[in-house]
Design a protein around this ligand. Structure first.
Ligand SMILES: OC[C@H]1O[C@H](O[C@H]2O[C@H](CO)[C@@H](O)[C@H](O)[C@H]2O)[C@H](O)[C@@H](O)[C@@H]1O
Length: 563
């Protein structure tokens, strides 16, 4: 062990003989199923019952015997959640009127309706008996990610909230933000997702971004003012727990604080873990894989550092804790800016200035350590080899998205960004920007393309306020909407991830099957249609427009001849 506690203190859900046996015997196709089951009896009684069961079966029960035992002692996965029809659901939100393309208007209306399928509440019994389940109790309704992810996910919620706001579901958004605030109050930070097995790591800290999106739409400044202390608490958690000094600057990286495999992927992690010779190497691997979980990009060559200091390798080469990621620092900059803005509303000028200074410090650090002059964009930094990592990742654009750049240099930055896009031929992909240029079979690598990353790039390009990048932003928004639309028309589903090399194809790879639903994909489309609804057209409509134009031309010709 690395001297750290397991991911949570539950001997059912995070460590111990029961989880070890169930996972090793491959009782469930998806490891996550077991840790999402709900206990019928108190944990200690269940543990004793399991010891007895193992003893009676000479420690060699059959798979069927274990299955029966589990059925007798657990309720199904997800049974602590109940579907909920949000009171603020609106069949016809106003933004639909701004979408000129009829097919896209219908698409947006269909996606709006999906919020009802994805809305959940936690049943009251969980509040009285939290020990019977791995779910983290929150008082209000929320939107789940979708598919196998039937709880909230931290960073997913940012893009979900963007879509909810467009659909005028302001109370649902307030409830989701309030839930997160209660979690910060209790734990000091927001875990990766709404389960206790996620309690030793977070995800990219986007709660302040959610609050900013909410107040920009609703002007509910009172809510922001009353929450600012908790936003500050979360910011301090990241600064104190996740930062290191690089070239004289304080910068953050992803890091987990536990020992052992990820409970939700116990089997997968243990089987790779067993390939290491020593306990120390094994624990280091577990830490790196959980840190990658914190990044939200689980998994990607982005976190590989092999012996030559390159990103070529396998999960055994994960070195997440030794890489300074661009987006995490760009997001922390944004947090400091938003917190400063809210202190401004509260007329607390001392705090307002304090956070302005903190933001400026991060801005300086990001631009001095992560700006890659040769490539003309920001890139991650390798702490082992003390060098910049020159690899493409959509997150290289993150400082544009959070405005973590010197606006007086916009033109120079735009020149470089346009050249970078051209050099890497990023405009050539029909199905969105890929997540990396390397194919490893991991889900956050080539050729998969992900909704949050498209949103980050598109809004980032737009923030440069340059005609070239703004026009690219519209083109890429249209491409992304078209691709999701085609897949939706073909299959009736919205996907967790798509594929960059195909217009209308969905993604794959990684440790579980591609999921449908899907919160952040829906949120991104809705937000893009709200912004670009008057500029984008559905596939085929350009061809039909040309046909209409040709017909019109001949009609005019005929009329002219008659006249
Ligand atoms: O169960 C494996 C991993 O699943 C989650 O990650 C993926 O889904 C999340 C929900 O949509 C998303 O936030 C994340 O970016 C995806 O990679 C979970 O977050 C991981 O921690 C977990 O190990």
């Amino acid at each position: 062990s690395n001297g750290l506690p397991p991911p949570c203190s539950s001997e059912i859900y995070c460590y111990g003989e029961l989880i070890d046996t169930v996972m090793k015997m491959r009782i469930y196709h998806d490891s996550k199923t077991f840790v999402d089951l709900r206990l019928k009896n108190p944990p200690n009684e269940t543990i004793i019952a399991f010891h007895d069961f193992m003893e009676i079966s000479n420690n060699t029960p059959t798979i069927d015997q274990v299955k029966v035992w589990l059925e007798n002692h657990f309720n199904p996965a997800g049974s602590e959640l109940t579907p909920y029809i949000p009171e603020d659901f609106n069949e016809k939100p106003t933004f639909l009127e701004g979408i000129t393309d009829k097919k896209f208007k219908k698409f947006a209306s269909d996606l709006n309706r999906i919020w009802i399928n994805l809305c959940r509440k936690i049943i009251d019994e969980v509040k009285d008996h939290p020990e019977l389940s791995s779910i983290i109790y929150v008082p209000g309704r929320f939107i789940i990610a979708g598919g196998r992810f039937h709880e909230f996910y931290y960073w997913d919620s940012y893009w979900i909230i963007r879509g909810l706001l467009v659909c005028e579901m302001f109370q649902t958004v307030r409830s989701m933000i309030h839930n997160f605030l209660t979690i910060i109050e209790q734990y000091g930070f927001i875990p990766n997702g709404g389960r206790i097995y996620y309690l030793a790591r977070s995800q990219p800290p986007l709660l302040s971004g959610m609050m900013k999106s909410y107040i920009d739409r609703t002007h509910d400044y009172e809510f922001a003012i009353s929450s600012v202390d908790l936003l500050e608490k979360e910011f301090n958690y990241f600064i104190t727990k996740k930062t290191v000094i690089v070239k004289g600057h304080r910068l953050a990286r992803y890091i987990d604080e536990s020992s052992g495999p990820r409970p939700e992927s116990y089997r997968e992690d243990s089987s790779i873990g067993n390939e290491f010779d020593t306990d120390e190497e094994r624990e280091n691997f577990y830490s790196e894989i959980k840190a990658a979980g914190e990044s939200g990009m689980d998994f990607s060559s982005r976190w590989f550092i092999n012996k030559n200091g390159e990103n070529i390798g396998t999960l055994k080469d994960l070195k997440t804790r030794h890489i300074i990621p661009v987006e995490l620092n760009a997001i922390l900059y944004w947090n400091a800016r938003i917190i400063s803005e809210i202190f401004g509303y509260a007329k607390n000028t001392v705090k307002q200035k304090e956070y302005e200074m903190k933001a400026n410090e991060i801005l300086k650090a990001v631009n001095e350590v992560l700006w890659n002059e040769e490539l003309g964009i920001w890139t991650d930094y390798d702490l082992i080899n003390n060098k910049s990592r020159p690899y493409f990742s959509p997150t290289n654009f993150a400082p544009l998205w959070t405005k973590c750049f010197d606006a007086t240099k916009s033109l120079v930055i735009a020149d470089k960004i346009v050249a970078y896009i051209k050099n890497l031929r990023l405009d050539d992909y029909p199905g969105g920007t890929p997540n990396s240029l390397y194919s490893t079979g991991e889900q956050w690598d080539w050729p998969n393309s992900w909704a949050p990353m498209q949103h980050m790039i598109i809004l980032g390009l737009d923030n440069l306020e340059d005609s070239r990048t703004s026009s690219l932003a519209i083109t890429w928004a249209e491409r992304w909407i078209q691709s999701n639309f085609i897949a939706f028309e073909k299959t009736g589903n919205m996907y967790e991830k798509y594929i960059a090399t195909e217009l209308g194809g969905f993604g794959g790879g990684g440790e579980y099957e591609v999921q449908t639903g899907f919160g952040w994909s829906n949120g991104v489309i809705l937000d893009l249609l709200d912004k670009y609804g008057q500029n984008v057209k559905s596939p085929g409509s350009y061809a039909s427009q040309i046909l209409i134009d040709i017909k019109l031309y001949f009609v005019i010709l005929v009329i002219k001849q008659i006249v």
